[in-house]
Design a protein around this ligand. Structure first.
Ligand SMILES: N[C@@H](CCC(=O)N[C@@H](CS)C(=O)NCC(=O)O)C(=O)O
Length: 475
């Protein structure tokens, strides 16, 4: 690590000299060098292997995988799934997980949600109201997630059934459980997205329905609503909203679902889901949820408890939880626990974040410079996502300096030296340009979306290393 590294690039900005010609005697490695180093890590080798597999329609499920063959030939694929680019849309998630669980061959076309930017005319010509998900099956277009999932049961009879036979008593139970999901959804919306006076009983109503859901889960052997050895259509219907409920109730209401022993069966169900690659590929984190939920569902209403529990501050990372050293991922008091089976270790997650940053470094630096540039006001309007501002203008004067810092951050994530005293030492001297640089790094930190950009533990590493850089240039 270089001494005075951050000062030297800040000096280059303040004197308006391009960083390329500036006295950066100890430049961090170039993006090309960093990409090479990233490819040489254990994660990098696995990642390169997956990319080769994804191009062939194989490999594990992932937001980047656009062709899924499950052993079929490409020319025999009957289905195209239109799902959102941010991998956040709850209804897309149900359909996506079902395709993975049933191993139905499909292609993916990614379309923006409106809150992230304009939709292409080619999609609006097919689906004039723009709603996602949509599918094309044997050339026929369909929308509405539940109808799509029921169609899969009929159109692919050779795949694993996910709904009980219509003539069985389990079918009636499935229908009742789907109705219970609608009741749960309604109670959640009432609690989080509508103003309610204290002691209105709405929270108790949500708790009552959650307890009912919990007891339904207890009624069958194993973790799933209808028994069996994997999630069925009923489970998939509950997945996106229970995941969003856990994040939003903690954030806006200080009301804990995940990790709360009162909902032991719901928590066991989450844990069983987290052992399924189809779920982990689609799973978001609490921060991404609370920034993505308002454009779709409306603004959440804060209650007093959210301050006393500190959940809001924890989810926004302002209580120190996005700072190094990061606490162990699988600690039992975590609001967002990571199963030991999914904990690949800090080094692996640092390397994932480094690889994702290095693979698109120059573009990411330009994106970060929107923090010192001009906002278009896009995300201030209702129905727009703060994780996006497709029309924001970067302040290009800061690109070389931001790029240098990001290369430095990448190198630090690769070698894990951020907690090494020598690496952080001696950031003193001229601080001209610091506020703008800080804004650029904060902008990037606050726009990392899970799972679109990387996994949750990797996003934590990137956010914490960006904070490390911010603290150094401020100190
Ligand atoms: N009932 C529909 C709802 C679909 C829906 O509301 N999709 C939202 C995304 S979560 C959407 O496409 N909104 C327009 C947009 O954000 O672009 C279904 O189950 O498929």
């Amino acid at each position: 690590m270089s001494n005075n590294f951050f000062d030297s690039i800040l000096g280059a900005v303040s004197s308006n000299r391009p960083a390329a010609g500036s006295p950066l005697s100890q430049d961090p490695p170039s993006w090309e060098q960093l990409q090479k180093s990233c490819s040489g890590t254990e994660f990098g080798k696995a990642w390169n292997g997956w990319q080769t597999e994804w191009a062939k329609g194989a490999g594990p499920p992932h937001t980047d995988a656009k062709l899924r063959l499950f052993g079929a030939r490409e020319e025999d694929v009957r289905l195209t799934l239109y799902r959102d680019t941010a991998a956040w849309c709850p209804y897309c998630k149900q359909v996506w997980m079902m395709l993975e669980e049933k191993q139905i061959p499909y292609r993916v076309v990614k379309i923006n949600m409106r809150s992230y930017g304009e939709k292409p005319a080619s999609f609006l010509n097919k689906v004039p109201n723009g709603l996602l998900p949509a599918i094309e099956l044997d050339g026929r277009l369909m929308t509405e997630s539940l109808a799509i999932m029921q169609t899969f049961e009929v159109a692919f009879p050779e795949t694993k059934p996910m709904l009980p036979d219509r003539s069985s008593p389990e079918f009636e139970r499935a229908v009742n459980l789907l109705q219970l999901e609608r009741e749960l959804f309604g109670r959640w919306c009432q609690l989080v997205f509508r103003p309610s006076p204290p002691n209105s009983g709405i929270r108790q109503e949500l708790d009552r329905v959650l307890m009912k859901v919990d007891s339904e889960l207890a009624a069958t052997p194993g973790p799933w609503f209808l028994g069996g050895d994997g999630p069925g259509l009923v489970d998939l219907t509950y997945v996106p909203h229970l995941e969003r409920m856990a994040a939003s109730c903690a954030y806006w209401k200080g009301f804990q679902i995940r990790g709360n022993p009162r909902y032991a069966n719901i928590n066991a169900w989450f844990e069983a889901l987290e052992l399924r690659p189809s779920y982990m590929a689609t799973k978001s984190d609490f921060y991404t949820h609370v920034t993505d939920i308002p454009p779709q569902y409306g603004d959440g209403h804060f209650s007093q408890e959210r301050e006393t529990t500190g959940f809001r501050r924890r989810i926004e990372g302002v209580d120190g939880s996005w700072h190094l050293p990061l606490p162990p991922l699988s600690r039992s008091d975590s609001l967002e626990p990571v199963l030991a089976e999914n904990d690949r270790g800090d080094e692996c997650f640092r390397h994932e974040a480094a690889l994702k940053l290095a693979s698109n470094g120059a573009a990411v630096a330009k994106f970060a410079c929107r923090g010192a540039g001009r906002s278009s006001g896009w995300s201030l309007l209702p129905g727009r996502a703060p994780l996006s501002d497709p029309k924001a203008q970067p302040n290009e004067a800061f690109i070389p300096a931001v790029e240098s810092i990001l290369r430095h951050v990448t190198a630090t994530m690769l070698d894990g030296s951020a907690l090494n005293e020598a690496a952080s030492a001696a950031f003193s001297g001229s601080k001209d340009g610091t506020p703008e640089m800080v804004r650029c790094l904060e902008y990037l930190r606050d726009r990392v979306g899970v799972p679109r950009d990387m996994s949750y533990p990797a996003a934590l590493q990137l956010r914490a290393h960006l904070n490390w850089a911010i603290d150094n240039i401020k100190s």
